[in-house]
Design a protein. Structure first.
Length: 477
């Protein structure tokens, strides 16, 4: 198993300066960050530090739009910290926060600041805690873990502007200005809009980039790379789909702050009203030889395993039609993407349903191994596939569920040592988690496995909206 040295961000100095918490500050104080390794996917720290830092993707804050930062405290003592809100209006707001022991707190950003987009930097004293953000949008809610660090390089493999809005949202959390360079890969090659080369972003502010305003209209596939200097940034993609390529819904997605050699996807499906593809981005100067493994869950040795090979040229993006894989049976499956020699970025695109009832989810794969995963933002309802647990190994294992409450972690009856199959000697199996009738609503959930795993949750899109999204849980590292 390819393991990466994950980073833990510690704030070595506290924010200093004069602030009236909960109000605007014209002269925000500087924060000092220490990065111990290359950034990867969001994770929950397990070692007590001075502070832990979380950098959120951003939320729209115009009419009927907003978003929350959700902080979960798994410890037995109250958790204190600060939220600093940056905006496209360049005004900065800081607020002290406190979350009770073994509890969660939700903080609406549009009640703290104004602007087309707002993004949050969250510091937690003591280091232990989990931070996510949730966008509230008329076309659907969008949940995502916040990043543990900013980065100088960000990648977004998938994207369209055909009957879809695409805002690139870039946050500079540091006091000093920084410059970004944006490169876009389309079917016609690389585009480097002149106004997006060495574009300056003011310190502690958010920049919104509407890609259609830079000649990128009616594109059926575009990948984005953002590089920044001298400061690191946070980059996300806001897509509002309204029919292009059959897609529908809203998604605010944190980009990938680095490439990787292996990506895991737990939520695949072949069905009459479902379309699925992978988008593979190779931003390097070397060609990549990529293997895609697709496998079904096992029952009595009846698993299906397909192995497909693809060449992804240097500096290019490739769309892989999963539905077209020969012999892939109807039903649920999982995927593993391997690129042994060259780091790539892989995103899954899956649309369930058709027309106005369709729901599109675009998501990065998991790229770490863990045996403990947090569903820290509580589910609002449950169904027969509220979560998916994926076995990353060739060995059979089990998984168990625990809820977090005032008395600590409590085992969920009926979900202790549940079988987690292995599909073959070289790829893992998976299990849908049917939570119907369990009442597991409004409580953070911990998933423990006996083998390396990936856990994904499938929250609803919001009141009155059909369908569900797919969001990775947060691994303990």
């Amino acid at each position: 198993m390819n393991r990466r040295l994950m980073l833990i961000v510690l704030v070595l100095g506290s924010l200093v300066g004069l602030f009236v918490f909960g109000t605007e500050s014209e002269n925000p104080a500087a924060s000092t960050f220490s990065v111990l390794g290359p950034p990867g996917m969001p994770f929950a720290p397990t070692q007590v530090g001075i502070n832990s830092s979380w950098f959120c993707a951003g939320v729209p804050a115009t009419s009927q739009r907003g978003g929350d930062v959700i902080v979960t405290n798994p410890t037995a003592v109250p958790l204190r910290g600060r939220i600093t809100v940056f905006s496209t209006s360049r005004k900065v707001v800081m607020q002290d926060i406190s979350v009770g022991a073994r509890d969660s707190g939700s903080f609406a950003l549009e009640k703290l600041a104004t602007g087309d987009y707002l993004s949050a930097f969250v510091e937690l004293d003591g280091g232990l805690g989990i931070v996510e953000q949730r966008v509230r949008h008329p076309n659907g809610r969008s949940l995502s873990p916040c990043s543990n660090a900013p980065s100088s390089n960000w990648y977004l493999a998938d994207g369209i502007t055909l009957s879809a809005g695409y805002d690139l949202v870039v946050t500079n959390p540091f006091p000093d200005y920084t410059n970004i360079t944006v490169s876009v890969l389309t079917a016609d090659g690389v585009r480097t809009p002149a106004k997006l080369q060495n574009q300056t972003i003011a310190g502690q502010s958010v920049l919104k980039i509407d890609l259609e305003q830079f000649g990128l209209r009616d594109e059926q596939l575009l990948a984005v790379e953002v590089n920044s200097t001298p400061e690191r940034v946070v980059v996300s993609r806001a897509q509002n789909y309204y029919g292009g390529l059959g897609r529908n819904g809203y998604a605010m997605t944190l980009g990938a702050p680095s490439t990787d050699h292996r990506w895991f996807f737990a939520d695949g499906e072949k069905a009459g009203n479902t379309s699925e593809s992978l988008t593979l981005l190779n931003p390097s100067e070397l060609p990549a030889s990529v293997t895609v493994q697709v496998f079904t869950a096992t029952e009595g040795g009846d698993e299906f395993v397909a192995v497909q090979l693809y060449d992804v040229a240097e500096g290019s993006v490739l769309k892989v039609d999963i539905d077209a894989i020969a012999g892939l049976p109807t039903g649920r499956h999982a995927l593993v993407v391997d690129s042994p020699e060259v780091g790539i970025v892989a995103e899954q695109v899956i649309t369930r349903g058709s027309g106005g009832g369709a729901v599109t989810v675009v998501s990065l794969g998991a790229r770490v191994s863990s045996k403990r995963w947090w569903v820290s933002t509580a589910l609002q309802d449950v169904n027969e596939a509220a979560m998916v647990v994926m076995n990353q190994t060739g060995e059979s294992g089990t998984f168990s569920l625990f809820t977090l409450g005032p008395g600590g972690l409590q085992p969920v009856p009926g979900f202790q040592k549940v079988a987690l199959p292995a599909a073959s000697d070289f790829v893992g199996g998976f299990a849908d988690v049917d939570l119907t009738g369990t009442g597991l609503i409004g409580q953070p959930i911990l998933v423990e496995t006996t083998v390396d795993s990936v856990v994904l949750r499938r929250p609803n899109r919001g009141t009155g909206l059909k369908g569900r999204t797919s969001v990775l849980a947060v691994p303990e590292i």
